[in-house]
Design a protein around this ligand. Structure first.
Ligand code: XMP
Length: 507
């Protein structure tokens, strides 16, 4: 395995992800917690850091036991660290060294830079710069602004780079990590989703023992995969709660509940639709709707969690992007916890110990882990769906009738995407019920009915998105079918806005 020593960079998890993309197992340890057993890892990566090697709170671990003995790759702060404490010189840089740069000198005959050439784009993010290389340092690459962009130490398997190979904008980052880990360090490529499952299940067993765990299932990929891992680890001691807030897709509650039961989960479906709709009556402000749904969810979940005796843990399907994005940007669960927190004490279930088995994974990795446990491809391939559900796709206030109309429209749209093999090409899709009526004519009758918008976007993380160029014929058929089948709708429009400046949801 590979040891990543974390000096606090926002990109440390991304390094881990890139290493795992090479099917290499890695562990992140705090910079000052180097495992005693140095046989347990084959190579070391030093991460970047928000700190400066020149500052007073310099992070200064003792690397004596590993330096020169294990292949080492020092990134950004790591590179400055090696220089500063081993006879080189680090100073504040005069020019800004953020963002794109290109290598204008590369020592391509080094194994480290194999298949990487001059002109290769790299991503910089630092305010200190290496003025002089450390003792034994050999320059391997430069950019126009950063002379010492990469170096190695003569006589050691130690490499250092000022740029970030882990970020997407470093176009040869994958190649570089593979050169270092596979060619130079000769680390085995044996990390797989299966091995993640085995290790996670073992560590969940050890951590939880015979305790009881409660988990809220949402029907989405993350909570389902988290539940499967826990189910493998502790079986019946995992108590799943699946709440119907009345704002799910058509038939979703029954279908998904059935599916969960089929997977062997100890799951309780709670139909709280009426409670949610009552609480939402007359509310039309988007944030107020979100808060109401969050509050009622917590009440319902807390009631249910109380029925389980001696529960000790709350499991969550948190994935890595949730951790980076943290609170409120998308109004996810952490945001509702926050607003609840503002109005009073925490409900009892929030005093439980937290277990988050997917915290280090990205969405596509979660899907691969799920697939390796033979979970249903349709469940794993589901589009993201917001926690407040259809409530934020019915603009303005909600009624049961509006929910029904939107469920019907959404079902036609999603089913058609599936039958046209477009569903998997789209990151997220749904319909929006607009708060306007417009005039139409059906038969000889004048109608004055609802208008719906269809939205389909492509994205990788929901942070940015673009509308999907769906075939006209598809749109034509879908629009026809909606207007013919769904009573109360006489007009369909397609949303052609990108994010930014629009958002994916309309509220
Ligand atoms: P926006 O509309 O901000 O959506 O572009 C980005 C992603 O976040 C989802 N979303 C939410 N998810 N609670 C959630 O759990 C929410 O309140 C919420 N609002 C937006 C949205 O579906 C998209 O995937």
């Amino acid at each position: 395995k590979v040891l990543i020593l974390d000096f606090g960079s926002q990109y440390t998890q991304l390094i881990a992800r890139r290493v795992r993309e090479l099917n290499i197992y890695c562990e992140i340890h705090p910079f000052n917690k180097i495992p005693n057993d140095s046989d347990s890892f084959k190579a070391v990566i030093l991460s970047g850091s928000p700190n400066s090697v020149r500052g007073k709170d310099v992070l200064h671990p003792d690397l004596q036991d590993i330096r020169g003995k294990k292949p080492m790759l020092a990134v950004c702060y790591g590179a400055q660290y090696l220089a500063h404490f081993s006879g080189g010189k680090v100073a504040e840089s005069n020019t800004r060294e953020y963002g794109r740069a290109n290598l204008d000198f590369v020592k391509s005959d080094e194994a480290f830079f194999e298949n990487i050439h001059e002109g290769s784009q790299v991503w910089m993010s630092h305010s200190d710069t290496i003025k002089e290389l450390p003792t034994g340092g050999v320059l391997l690459a430069s950019t126009s602004d950063v002379e010492n962009a990469a170096y190695k130490i003569e006589g050691e398997n130690t490499y250092a780079i000022q740029f970030h190979p882990e970020v997407y904008h470093t176009t040869d980052g994958h190649q570089l990590l593979s050169n270092f880990l596979i060619k130079i360090a000769k680390v085995a490529q044996d990390w797989t989703p299966q091995s993640f499952v085995e290790e996670t299940v073992e560590s969940l067993k050890a951590e939880i023992g015979n305790d009881k765990v409660v988990l809220g299932l949402s029907g989405g990929v993350d909570s389902s995969v988290a539940a499967m891992l826990l189910h493998k680890a502790i079986g019946e001691n995992l108590y799943c709660i699946f709440v119907n807030n009345g704002l799910l897709r058509k038939n979703e509650f029954e279908d998904v509940l059935h599916q969960y039961e089929g997977m062997g989960f100890n799951v309780k479906g709670v139909d709280a639709s009426a409670r949610f709709l009552d609480a939402l009556a007359g509310k039309s402000d988007p944030e107020e709707k979100r808060k109401t749904i969050g509050r009622v969810f917590i009440e319902v979940f807390d009631d249910e969690a109380h029925r389980i005796q001696d529960v000790k843990w709350l499991a969550q399907g948190t994935i890595y992007p949730d951790v980076i994005e943290s609170v409120s940007a998308t109004g996810g669960p952490s945001a509702t916890i926050k607003s609840h927190h503002n109005v009073g004490g925490l409900p009892d279930f929030m005093k439980l110990k937290i277990v988050e088995p997917l915290k280090t994974l990205f969405k596509d990795e979660v899907r691969r882990v799920g697939a390796s446990m033979n979970m249903d491809a349709q469940l794993l391939g589901r589009h993201p769906f917001p926690g407040p559900g259809l409530a934020i796709r019915i603009l303005g206030d909600l009624t049961l009738e509006k929910v029904r109309i939107l469920q019907e429209v959404d079902a036609v749209f999603i089913n058609n995407l599936k039958s046209w093999n477009l569903y998997d090409k789209v990151w997220q899709a749904g319909a929006i019920l607009l708060p306007v009526n417009s005039v139409g004519v059906m038969g000889d009758e004048r109608t004055y009915e609802k208008c719906v918008a269809l939205r389909a976007v492509e994205s990788t993380d929901g942070m940015t998105a673009d509308w999907v160029n769906l075939p006209y014929e598809f749109l034509q058929k879908t629009s026809n079918e909606i207007i013919n089948k769904v009573k109360g709708v006489n007009r369909v429009v397609y949303d052609i806005s990108s994010k930014p400046p629009a958002t994916i949801e309309w509220e």
